[in-house]
Design a protein around this ligand. Structure first.
Ligand code: SAH
Ligand code: MG
Length: 195
């Protein structure tokens, strides 16, 4: 991976206010990927491809990332960035709403990374559970949502997102098939290993 190209992609995304993965979050996920050496990764929420490009470095030989994005302009930028980073052979973008695309997928993934509409996290979890391999890991970003999720923010205008994030956390915590940890890195990271 060309570090300078990657840094340029990151700086442009930050300048454009694209909510790319935060450095401390990326560090935690990178460690998980080094340990698990995934063959297949599913990402929900590509944005401009930054996280997928970072993850692609840790794939097994011939491994692949499928990533989903509904914003046309971001898909276009993601394709350009993926080309610049020379990882076109490792990353496949599905353009469209993950709510429609996920039910049509029928593959197994060692890692599922949820990083899209917060109000859909419980639905994304159902789909992730269906497609995660045994021993696979479901990772969700932004689960603490600026502290709203743990605080008393029921009146906040983002209350649908908050309610659904709370439901997500409750489900991963109560599901006996999962071994879950929630870390206060970045905007809150949930890591659930499928037993
Ligand atoms: N993973 C990226 C950041 C993703 S930001 C990175 O770290 O580099 C979240 C993205 O999810 C946004 O680009 C948004 O357009 C997309 N998104 C939100 N809800 C979605 C949905 N239901 N289907 C597909 N994409 C969605
Ligand atoms: Mg995020």
């Amino acid at each position: 991976m060309n570090k300078i190209k990657l840094e340029m992609i990151k700086q442009k995304a930050l300048k454009d206010k694209i909510p790319i993965i935060m450095d401390d979050t990326l560090e935690v996920i990178s460690k998980i990927l080094i340990q698990t050496k995934p063959k297949n990764i599913l990402e929900i929420g590509t944005a401009v491809g930054y996280s997928a490009i970072c993850f692609s470095e840790y794939l097994q030989k011939n491994g692949k990332i499928d990533t989903i994005e509904r914003d046309k302009e971001r898909v276009k930028q993601a394709r350009e960035n993926i080309k610049k980073a020379e990882v076109e052979d490792k990353i496949n973008i599905y353009e469209g709403d993950a709510v429609e695309i996920l039910p049509a997928l029928n593959q197994k993934y060692d890692i599922v990374f949820i990083d899209a509409a917060k109000g859909k996290y419980p639905f994304f979890l159902k789909q992730a559970l269906r497609m995660a391999t045994n021993g696979g890991i479901i990772i969700a970003d932004n689960v603490l949502y600026k502290g709203y999720v743990m605080g008393d923010y029921n009146k906040h205008k983002q209350r649908t997102a908050v309610r659904n994030l709370r439901e997500y956390i409750a489900e991963i915590s109560n599901n006996t098939q999962l071994d879950t940890k929630i870390l206060e890195v970045g905007d809150g990271l949930a890591i659930s290993k499928v037993k």
